[in-house]
Ligand binder design. Structure first.
Ligand code: GLA
Length: 404
């Protein structure tokens, strides 16, 4: 009898452990893709999403590593008589499955959006009480990525609500990246790593470098620097398959070129997911060049998945350092001020140990690194010779150091 009881509880525990874990290894490096919200908010339909998928391939973004085409809020119609979610019939008249098929045929992946509350933030049908049915539907449609929001959740417990959706996805049987969007309210970095692959750390980004929009006191949205500052203390929670999500990119949506460079650089340094938020069908060459910067993408996608730390700040110029695989390092200077600054790089200053990972950077006459400045503002060289450059306001200099 005892034996039987022990066996039953063993299998029950095993079952719970297996099913209460997220799908494994779906995001070994930060996910890269595109999402409709920042540029289009609710103004989406199947035609424009298909065109965006076409542009992702034609522009070279796919070749640079972007793979997800994610539709955000406002794709939903009503639930059917059995409670299954349907697509908005006017905007997505061919249905979500047809859209997913189209995107898959281009060698891309397809992401969708829902919300833990009764209604989404834009007032469409939310998933509360329908998590398992929704997960079944997503799996049937061929969804690869789910962003799960936090509006209209009244007294819901965040950890419990996200765990429920995570388990529903697992049971539905299709590997789907789970991206939670709880805005950092309940410190999701502390409890999400077994249930989600990425979690938003802040409220929404706004298309601005240094500002907070108050929205008439109702809620706040944040500029690039504000979101960066809110990452303090979070780097130890990031790593393969568990990313701090700094929100979707605003590159190509109107900030100045140098601000966009700085924005993209810092998202790469922090190992944030890179989810473009501009209209890929009409982007300037400058925007495309920023979004497809090879060196920075490889810094972001580095297999160690270690996020950067702030090394120092002098005269509003911050130095950020990211350990990379093969003993490479990235060192970036971010000028937050309104004035141009002279950055004099004395390489030996960067002899250091990263206290989180114990990785040591040693620069000396016998330990030499070749450097490349990722925006090509300084010629390549090596650490035997110091270098310097003027750094405009709200801009970056960013070096990749390769061990010789
Ligand atoms: C919230 C999210 C945004 C976006 C909108 C959609 O504000 O944080 O990223 O998904 O909802 O309504």
């Amino acid at each position: 009898m005892r034996m039987k009881f022990a066996l039953i509880s063993f299998f029950l525990t095993l079952f719970l452990v297996v099913f209460s874990q997220k799908y494994n290894n779906l995001a070994p490096t930060p996910p890269m893709g595109w999402n409709s919200w920042n540029k289009f908010s609710c103004a989406i339909d199947e035609k424009s999403i298909r065109e965006i998928a076409d542009a992702m391939v034609a522009s070279g973004m796919k070749a640079a590593g972007y793979e997800y085409i994610n539709i955000d809020d406002c794709w939903q119609g009503e639930r059917d008589s059995l409670g299954f979610i349907t697509a908005d019939r006017l905007k997505f008249s061919s249905g979500i499955k047809a859209l997913a098929d189209y995107i898959h045929a281009k060698g891309l992946k397809f992401g969708i959006y829902s919300c833990a509350g009764d209604k989404t933030c834009a007032g469409r049908a939310g998933s509360r009480g329908y998590e398992y049915q929704d997960a079944i539907m997503y799996a049937k449609w061929g969804v690869d990525f789910l962003k799960f929001d936090w509006c209209n959740t009244s007294n819901l417990n965040a950890q419990g609500a996200y765990q429920t959706m995570s388990e529903a996805l697992k049971r539905a049987g299709r590997p789907i990246v789970f991206s939670t969007c709880e805005w950092g309210k309940n410190k999701p970095w502390q409890w999400s790593k077994n249930m989600a692959h990425l979690w938003r750390t802040t409220g929404d980004i706004t298309n601005c470098f240094d500002c907070v929009d108050e929205h008439g006191g109702k809620f706040k949205t944040y500029g690039v620097l504000q979101i960066l500052d809110m990452q303090q203390g979070l780097r130890n929670y990031a790593g393969p398959n568990q990313w701090n999500d700094m929100d979707m990119l605003e590159v190509g949506n109107g900030m100045s070129l140098n601000e966009q460079r700085a924005h993209f650089t810092m998202w790469c340094m922090m190992s944030s997911p890179l989810i473009a938020g501009n209209d890929l069908r009409n982007m300037s060459n400058e925007t495309l060049k920023i979004l497809t910067n090879k060196e920075l993408i490889s810094i972001n996608q580095d297999s160690l998945g270690i996020s950067a730390f702030k090394f120092e700040c002098t005269d509003s110029v911050e130095t950020w350092i990211k350990p990379l695989s093969k003993d490479d390092w990235a060192i970036c200077f971010l000028n937050r001020s309104a004035k141009i600054r002279l950055v004099a790089v004395d390489w030996k200053r960067f002899n250091l140990t990263d206290s989180l990972t114990n990785r040591e950077l040693k620069i000396s006459s016998s330990s030499v690194y070749k450097f490349t400045e990722v925006w090509e503002q300084i010629k390549e060289g090596d650490t035997r010779k110091n270098t310097c450059a003027f750094l405009p306001s709200r801009d970056v200099l960013c070096f990749r150091l390769r061990k010789q």
